[in-house]
Design a protein around this ligand. Structure first.
Ligand code: NAD
Ligand code: UDP
Ligand code: UDP
Length: 343
């Protein structure tokens, strides 16, 4: 009965972004799924910092308590160990739905679980949004464009995705998550937002998650050769995490559903990235070529005109500015690990 009483009240109170200038914004109750992970924990810092109450829902598959430990004891912060594949009852105004492994090594580890997380997990969070009248934001990915035949990628491009490949659990999982999000929006009037995130890096990334920036930085710090897959001529565009968090918050608060590309248009080949890492950490770091992984997209670069125009957003941190910030965090963690004899 209690739950039945909530939805209307929540709908009425859900006024994020519509508060006139000069009027104090009502503090919100926000759930961040995947909030113990890399991007999620930075988002939580911003939300707590502006006065909102945050509930993190995370199963700790790739997330870590250490990423949030500075909020423990804060009455506006709550951490729940929970798998989004299972239903959950919460009373909130906004849902940032990030829960999903993001690095290829992690999402390929148990592909069926990755699909369940993307499909059933997203369904549950949309069901929650429906019940309490919350606004729902999905963190989708540039991977929905697959190995793109259009460059740079615009939101209107439908992509070139292999439905039966080793990356499909993630790519197709996120595509289905986008479909579910739009169907809850169109069919049930749920307020939704979709972000298509391009490669993002920064402090708190898992050190050994296999992604290229974390690999190169950890390798250079450990005096190991940088492993370049294939010929190293494939490209990616690397966004610093604070730029992404700013984009996610703007998207949630403004009045456009999306999808919006959120990424840094600066495009680098993997060999160029290796050079920037050498210049930042160790000019003598060696490069070692390895065979590439299956279905690796050849190039990727966001067209961010839509986010610029409708959200007034664009990245401000270049790779050369952002990389050193990540390096100090990695240096500290690798050094601490060596001291304690950890892996
Ligand atoms: P991450 O692995 O650091 O964080 C994901 C978090 O989700 C972790 O804390 C993990 O424990 C949690 N999680 C995974 N499965 C779960 C489940 N079933 N139930 C509850 N929690 C679960 O990854 P990230 O880089 O922070 O990515 C966050 C989101 O952004 C993901 O949805 C990812 O697909 C998306 N994204 C990230 C990037 C990027 O470059 N980092 C690019 C595109 C999209
Ligand atoms: N759900 C949830 N929390 C809620 C409301 C719903 O986890 O507060 C789950 C629910 O268990 C269901 C899914 O979200 O599996 C979709 O819910 P919806 O109400 O849209 O569909 P239905 O339950 O009618 O199938
Ligand atoms: N890559 C690389 N060396 C590594 C890890 C990755 O050259 O140690 C390459 C990989 O083949 C891909 C690019 O870097 O072309 C980005 O890979 P990542 O796993 O970071 O992200 P995604 O493929 O999801 O964009």
């Amino acid at each position: 009965v209690l739950y039945e009483a909530y939805p209307e009240a929540f709908r009425r109170n859900n006024v994020a972004g519509k508060v006139p200038l000069g009027v104090k914004r009502k503090n919100l109750r926000i759930v961040v799924t995947g909030g113990a992970g890399f991007v999620g924990s930075h988002l939580v810092d911003r939300l707590i910092g502006r006065g909102d109450s945050v509930i993190v829902v995370d199963n700790f598959f790739t997330g870590r308590k250490e990423n949030l430990v500075h909020h423990f004891g804060n009455p506006r912060f709550e951490l729940i160990r929970h798998d989004v594949v299972q239903p959950i009852l919460l009373e909130v105004d906004q849902i940032y739905h990030l829960a999903c492994p993001a690095s290829p090594v992690h999402y390929k580890f148990n592909p069926v679980k990755t699909i369940k997380t993307n499909v059933v997990g997203t369904l549950n969070m949309l069901g929650l949004a429906k019940r309490v009248g919350a606004r729902f934001l999905l963190t989708s990915t540039s991977e929905v464009y697959g190995d793109p035949l259009q460059h740079p990628q615009v939101e209107t491009y439908w992509g070139n995705v292999n439905p039966i490949g080793v990356r499909s659990c993630y790519d197709e999982g996120k595509r289905t998550a986008e479909t579910l999000t739009m169907d809850y929006h169109r069919g049930l009037g749920i307020e939704v937002r979709i972000a298509r995130i391009f490669n993002t890096y920064g402090p708190r990334m898992c050190i050994d998650d296999g992604r290229v920036v974390s690999n190169f930085v950890a390798q250079a710090l450990r005096k190991e050769p940088l492993t370049v897959y294939g010929d190293g001529k494939q490209t990616r565009s690397f966004q610093y995490v604070s730029d992404l968090v700013e984009g996610l918050i703007r998207l949630m608060e403004r009045d456009h559903v999306g999808p919006f590309n959120l990424g840094n248009p600066g495009e680098f080949t993997m060999l160029e990235l290796a050079e920037v890492v050498q210049e930042t950490i160790d000019l003598n770091a060696k490069i070692e070529f390895r065979p590439n992984t299956e279905d690796d997209p050849h190039k990727r670069k966001p067209d961010i005109s839509k986010a610029k125009q409708l959200l007034g957003w664009e990245p401000t941190v270049s790779l050369r500015k952002g990389l050193p910030l990540m390096v100090s965090d990695f240096r500290q963690r690798i050094f601490d690990d060596q001291k304690t004899g950890g892996a």
